[in-house]
Design a protein around this ligand. Sequence first.
Ligand code: UT7
Length: 329
Amino acid sequence: MFGKIIGTGSCLPKRRVSNNDLSEFLETNDEWIRERTGIGFRHVLENETPEELAIVAAKNALDAAGMSGEEVDMIVVSTLSSNHMLPSVSCLVQRGIGAEHALCFDLNAACTGFLAAYNTVQAYISMGVIKTGLVIGAEGLSRITEWADRSSCILFGDGAGAAVLREDPSAQFGMIMHADGAKGDALTCEFSYGMENGYPGTVAAVSEEEKRHRTRMQMNGQEVFRFAIRQVPAGIHELLEKEQMEMDSVDWFLLHQANARIIEGAAKRLGAPIEKFPMNLEEYGNTSSASIPILLDEMVREGKIQRGQCLVLAGFGGGLTWGATKVIF
Ligand code: UT7
């Protein structure tokens, strides 16, 4: 047996930054950013933390499901940009929502992370280990963005999204997921704080400049673009074939919100109408593993996604990683 989505939630930081705000300290402009990416705004953390966004998103998802935290058996948080390594964000969410019976861990598959977390919870449900799981994508990318690099910083934003899954005899599940670590240098960020702090005498000193460079996201945009435009449609084709589904039977393709041109290119290659590829990146930019659950929550709350509809969720990004997951809502 698999799990069905019975509630969704999301949370965005209050501070909204426009393209024009960026052009105050960067050589860029609204027209270039909109034309090349489709992005108009992004929300960034001010006094909040990614952990707090995750807790609010989780509470909203539980409210939508009509459940309390006590009924949650498992919490998996996907993140690459939280404030904490210990305790895990999922343990902080557990405390925040009173899910005292839940098993908890975080995972990182970059922008494919929400799918990795969703698939993991489905696996636990299908093994009979749990009945109810909470899947969360929560990011504070503004803390690791290189704000001096106009070719990458214009893309990213912060936010969190969540979904509650409950065991259901009618639930269906299918997935594909891949990685190509050999191309990992296309998008990097190190947690290299430890370099100066290891066992005495074992670590080399690093200049402040080098440290800043390593601890901020560095991206080869064109390489990531080429990868995404090829692998996203290929992954969706692979999923449809594996699940013996027709393209027409999919009501919505919820793609990771990285760049409108990537999403439009994927729709074109798949030969599916662009109207089936909703986007909210104009408002939020790329929020990594939070982008798919934020979009899912918005569409559910707007009544666009209806019970019984077939969704394909598709993620791609750092690693490099990519994947596609079938959801019957
Ligand atoms: O979750 C996955 C995360 N990563 C991605 O999704 C990234 C995928 N890649 C992309 O979205 C695109 O490659 C970018 C939006 C990052 C860049 O767009 P592009 O069409 O590949 O632009 P480009 O890097 O080829 O740059 C074209 C020109 C360059 O000027 P010259 O050399 O032609 O004179 C850049 O210097 O645009 C310039 N440029 C800018 N101009 C104004 C680069 N960034 C900016 C900017 N504003 N922000």
